[in-house]
Design a binder for this molecule. Structure first.
Ligand code: AMP
Length: 277
């Protein structure tokens, strides 16, 4: 995204000479995660030479949404363990432990982690070499397929857009149904992993296009959260479309919420904070 961002900075400098320009890094929040979470188990020299590590993409959204969860629950975020599920065309899950991002599912690039609109998410890296050999492609070409032709689009063969997928599943398309189930299963697995990473969880929050609007996917994900003591109220879940809402039952040990993200507002706030400092 950086060349396009630089164009914006250059245009603003030309239009408003002498005014401060602020760059808000999407990785700012996630970069503070501990070494044990950001290092890959490959020779350490690659980290030293090339800075190969997990970077924490979507940090602006995970920061904004987890802060908002604290406000909605009437608590300081510093007293909570929160799992944020940012489910948009790009998708990631993060563990926010007492206000700090301690792990997140995207990696060196946004390709790792959840299944996304067109990205594969986690897979055995040996697949890249295998496909390259079988299809006579370069590694870069296979990675491009993993970024642009995989995920929900690749697996369903229908679309990267969840609205098309839900419609096709309702019409009885097996590939669409399997894709929906595989998508939710992966989110469920990350929720379990991050509950373990924080040794507990107080709140699970859904955000971005799918997380905010798609009650069916949230209901499918809730099949995997019962063991944590997170009980979704299916009626509240159905009613929560594009709005802030608690979607768990009053008895639920873990609160589940929908919180629309607002990365633009978060960036504006960071900018004001910096220029006023
Ligand atoms: P984002 O990248 O956050 O804009 O999210 C895009 C994804 O959200 C696409 O898969 C859309 O199908 C999905 N999405 C956006 N709006 C809705 C909606 N009203 N109902 C269901 N899915 C939606």
């Amino acid at each position: 995204h950086n060349p396009a961002n630089l164009m914006g900075i250059e245009a603003a400098e030309a239009a408003m000479p002498g005014k401060p320009n602020v760059a808000v890094w999407d990785t700012g929040f996630g970069m503070k995660m501990p070494e044990k979470a950001y290092l890959y188990a490959i020779p350490h020299e690659y980290y030293e030479k090339y800075s190969i590590r997990r970077y924490g993409f979507h940090g602006t959204s995970h920061d904004f949404v987890s802060k908002r969860v604290g406000e909605l629950l009437g608590k300081d975020r510093k007293d909570l363990k929160i799992i944020v599920c940012h489910l948009g065309n790009g998708a990631s899950v993060s563990a926010v432990d007492h206000g700090k991002s301690v792990d997140t599912s995207m990696g060196l690039t946004p390709l790792e982690g959840l299944m996304m609109g067109t990205r594969s998410g986690d897979m055995d890296p040996a697949i890249v070499g295998f496909i390259a050999e079988k299809e006579n492609l370069t590694a870069a070409e296979v990675i491009n397929i993993c970024n642009k032709n995989s995920g929900v689009l690749g697996l369903s063969g229908i679309s990267s857009d969840f609205r098309d997928l839900v419609e096709a599943a309702a019409a009885g398309n097996d590939h669409a149904q399997t894709t929906l189930e595989a998508y939710a299963y992966r989110v469920g697995k990350y929720i379990g992993a991050y509950a373990a990473a924080m040794n507990g969880v107080d709140a699970i929050v859904f955000t971005a296009g799918i997380g905010e609007n798609n009650a069916q996917v949230r209901a499918l994900i809730s099949q995997y959260t019962g063991f944590l003591g997170c009980e979704i109220d299916l009626e509240k879940n159905k009613a929560a479309v594009g709005v802030e809402a608690v979607i768990s039952t009053p008895e639920s040990k873990v609160t589940a919420l929908v919180v629309p993200t607002n990365e633009e507002l978060a960036i504006a706030r960071e900018t004001v904070r910096l220029v006023n400092a």
